[in-house]
Design a protein around this ligand. Structure first.
Ligand SMILES: C[S@@+](CC[C@H](N)C(=O)[O-])C[C@H]1O[C@@H](n2cnc3c(N)ncnc32)[C@H](O)[C@@H]1O
Length: 192
């Protein structure tokens, strides 16, 4: 077995990668992470999906590729220039709602919504307002985070934040967590 993705990539993937390079966006999700996101997305037919941190839409494209026609995805980012790229290549998918907003503000204003799958790829829902985000997760719902292994762009002190986050998730009695020393370090939890 090799650490490669040999299955078909989403149709929009190459276009988004090209536009991402031109945009200067440097926080794109790893392709292995994206592959796992797609696989797990397919486990939630008719699911309600939430992505916190759209970026230019790379992970969004993979999540959409795993979702069935009856599923829907809300994806949030506070940077309109990056979201514009996602909109250009994914905007005609009517399962997708791209929202430009501060993640914390959005969670606060939408805390009665519930999701079957949350990919938390920004501060909010991960290092900030974590309890609030987890309270939006349905029973059996998946909570997914990446970048849990040390990354070259981490600022001083970030490793401690990541260790504390994992330790907090492990202590929660309503979650079953698995940590993977693979890709950028992915943790997947299911709500009991
Ligand atoms: C790691 S990147 C997301 C990468 C993306 N999921 C992908 O696959 O390429 C984190 C994103 O969080 C966004 N962000 C930063 N602060 C935010 C905030 N307060 N609210 C919402 N989004 C925020 C950034 O604009 C950035 O696009």
């Amino acid at each position: 077995m090799t650490d490669e993705v040999n299955q078909q990539f989403p149709g929009s993937y190459n276009h988004i990668i090209e536009a991402t390079k031109l945009s200067g966006f440097t926080m794109a999700s790893d392709v292995l992470t994206c592959s796992l996101l797609r696989t797990l997305a397919a486990s939630k037919p008719s699911g309600k999906f939430l992505e916190l941190g759209t970026g230019t839409g790379l992970s969004t494209a993979w999540i959409l590729d795993g979702m069935d026609e009856a599923s829907s995805l809300i994806s949030i980012d506070n940077d309109p220039a990056f979201v514009e790229i996602a909109k250009r290549f994914l905007g005609n998918d009517n399962r997708l709602n791209l929202v430009v907003s501060d993640g914390g503000k959005w969670i606060e204003e939408n805390n009665t919504q519930n999701f079957d799958y949350i990919f938390a790829d920004t501060w909010h829902g991960k290092y900030l307002v974590l309890d609030e985000a987890l309270s939006m997760l349905n029973k059996g719902g998946l909570y997914i985070i990446d970048d849990m292994l040390p990354q070259p762009n981490w600022p001083e002190g970030h490793q401690e934040k990541a260790i504390n986050l994992i330790s907090y998730l492990e202590k929660r009695e309503d979650l079953l967590l698995t940590k993977q020393v693979w890709s950028t370090g992915i943790a997947v939890a299911v709500k009991k």
